[in-house]
Design a protein around this ligand. Structure first.
Ligand SMILES: Nc1ncnc2c1ncn2[C@@H]1O[C@H](COP(=O)(O)OP(=O)(O)O)[C@@H](O)[C@H]1O
Ligand SMILES: [Mg+2]
Length: 274
C-alpha cells in the first residue's frame, strides 16, 4: 500500500515511470496534438500540434490575443483555474497525458514551473521565496538547495548577504530572477516564461536573456515574447501563432526568421501587421 508517489504526476498507480532523461538531441518533452481551447464558446486555440524539444529554448511569438499565454498555461494546467476554460485534444508531458484526471496538477507544476510577466515575489524573505516551492511540495529545504537555485538564477552574488531581507526590496530585474530561482528550486524539467522581461529595463532584460541561455543547459525553456528580436536572439525554435489561435509555423529559429514558409508569417515578422 505504501507507494511513493512523491515524484509522480499520477496519484493513482501507473505501470510506466519513463522520464526520458537522456540527452538525445531533440527528444520531445511536451507535445500537443489537435489542441483546441475555449473560453466559454470563444475559441482561443485551434488545432495546435507541436513537439517541444528537450533542453532547448522554444520561443512563442505572435500578435496580441492569438493565444500565446493560453497555450503556455495549458502545458502545466494553469488554465484549470479559469472556470470558463475548456481544453480538447491531447497534451503530453513525456508519455503522460497532462489532462488525464489522475494527474495531480500540483505535482505537474513542480515538473513544469512558470515565470510570469510581472515579477511576483511573495512578501517574504529572499530565502523563503526560494524555499516556497519546496515547502508546498513537502520537500526538505536546505541552505544548499536555496543557494544552488539562486546561483542558477544568476542572483546569488547580489543577495548572498541579505537572504533574510524581503524579496520585495529587490529591483525589478532582481525580483524576476528571484522568481526564476523560486521556479527552479524544486528542480523542474520545464520552465514556462510568459513575457518574463517585458516589464524590465534593457539592462535587466539582457541579464534575463543571458540567464535563459544558461537555463537551457539544464531545463527545457518555453518563452512567450512579443519581442521578435528577443526571440531571434535567445531561442533555438520559434513557434508563430497568428490570429484565430492557430500555430502557423514552427521551426528552427533561424529558418523562421530568415526563410519563413508562410507569407502571413513573413508579413508578421517584417512588421506588416501585429
Ligand atoms: N481568462 C480568460 N477569459 C476569457 N477569455 C480569455 C481569457 N484569457 C484569454 N482570453 C481570450 O483568449 C484569447 C487569447 O488570449 P491570450 O492567450 O491571452 O493571448 P496572447 O497571450 O497571445 O495575447 C483572447 O481572445 C483573449 O481575450
Ligand atoms: Mg499573453
Amino acid at each position: 500500500m505504501a507507494t511513493d508517489t512523491s515524484d509522480s504526476l499520477i496519484t493513482t498507480d501507473v505501470s510506466s515511470t519513463e522520464t526520458g532523461r537522456g540527452k538525445v538531441p531533440d527528444e520531445t518533452v511536451v507535445a500537443s496534438s489537435n489542441l483546441d481551447v475555449y473560453y466559454g464558446t470563444d475559441q482561443a486555440l485551434e488545432d495546435v500540434s507541436i513537439e517541444i524539444p528537450e533542453h532547448k529554448v522554444t520561443a512563442i511569438i505572435g500578435p496580441s490575443g492569438c493565444g500565446k499565454s493560453t497555450f503556455l498555461r495549458c502545458i502545466n494546467r494553469m488554465n484549470d483555474q479559469i472556470p470558463a476554460c475548456t481544453v480538447d485534444g491531447e497534451l503530453r508531458f513525456h508519455s503522460t497525458d497532462v489532462y488525464d484526471e489522475a494527474v495531480d496538477p500540483v505535482a505537474l507544476r513542480r515538473k513544469i514551473g512558470m515565470v510570469f510577466q510581472k515579477p511576483n515575489p511573495f512578501p517574504k524573505s529572499i530565502y523563503d521565496n526560494v524555499a516556497y516551492g519546496l515547502r508546498v511540495q513537502g520537500k526538505a529545504v536546505t541552505d544548499e538547495i536555496v543557494e544552488e537555485a539562486l546561483r542558477g538564477a544568476a542572483l546569488w552574488d547580489e543577495v548572498s548577504d541579505q537572504l533574510e531581507e524581503s524579496g520585495l526590496e529587490l529591483s525589478g530585474g532582481q525580483q524576476q530572477r528571484l522568481c526564476i530561482a523560486r521556479a527552479i528550486a524544486p528542480d523542474p524539467e520545464v520552465i514556462l516564461m510568459d513575457e518574463p522581461a517585458s516589464a524590465l529595463d534593457p539592462v535587466a532584460t539582457s541579464k534575463i536573456e543571458d540567464l535563459i541561455a544558461d537555463l537551457a543547459d539544464e531545463y527545457t525553456v518555453v518563452i512567450v515574447t512579443h519581442n521578435m528580436q528577443q526571440a531571434a536572439r535567445i531561442s533555438d525554435k520559434t513557434a508563430v501563432f497568428l490570429t484565430g489561435g492557430r500555430l502557423v509555423e514552427f521551426d528552427d529559429t533561424q529558418k523562421v526568421f530568415e526563410n519563413p514558409q508562410h507569407q502571413r508569417v513573413e508579413d508578421y515578422i517584417t512588421g506588416k501587421f501585429g
